[in-house]
Design a protein around this ligand. Structure first.
Ligand code: HEM
Length: 120
């Protein structure tokens, strides 16, 4: 395994852990409750690790690293909604305000992105 493969695979691992933080956090605190810190940081991590994965995959361009730009655009759009509602929900929670359904939108959106990643 080259150093680039190792870096890429470590980013995939971080990407999966970020996903686990958002989806697992959502399930753990259950629907409609507060956006917790791991959910917010997981949502932020997905954008960063996702971009780095795309960057490396685009640079390498072999059979193992194929980038589907349409799929990535859809995932990025959903991930931006996820991080936006997580930021707003966490800020409201810090002020002791009701977070409404923001957590469900974040957790549900991340779940949709798992389906896009796995089924597209
Ligand atoms: C809530 C946000 C996101 C979730 C839950 C999510 C989830 C996932 C999952 C479950 C995988 C499959 C990993 C595997 O095959 O082992 C994956 C792969 C991938 N994701 Fe995301 N993702 C998110 C956001 C993003 C964003 C914003 C980007 C790019 C800007 C991105 C780029 C990628 C890439 C390039 C892969 C392929 C990794 C590989 O080579 O297997 N993801 N994502």
């Amino acid at each position: 395994m080259t150093a680039m493969d190792l870096a890429y695979n470590l980013l995939v691992a971080l990407h999966l852990l970020g996903m686990a933080a958002v989806v697992g956090g959502w399930v753990a605190v259950r629907t409609g409750r507060t956006v917790t810190a791991p959910i917010l940081w997981g949502a932020r991590a997905q954008i960063l690790t996702g971009f780095l994965l795309v960057g490396i995959a685009s640079a390498v361009k072999d059979d193992e690293h194929v980038v589907n730009n349409t799929k990535i655009a859809v995932k990025l759009a959903i991930a931006l909604v996820v991080v936006a509602v997580a930021e707003i929900g966490a800020a409201r929670a810090r002020r002791g305000e009701d977070t409404g359904r923001l957590l469900d939108i974040a957790g549900g959106g991340a779940t949709v992105n798992v389906l896009v990643a796995a089924l597209w």
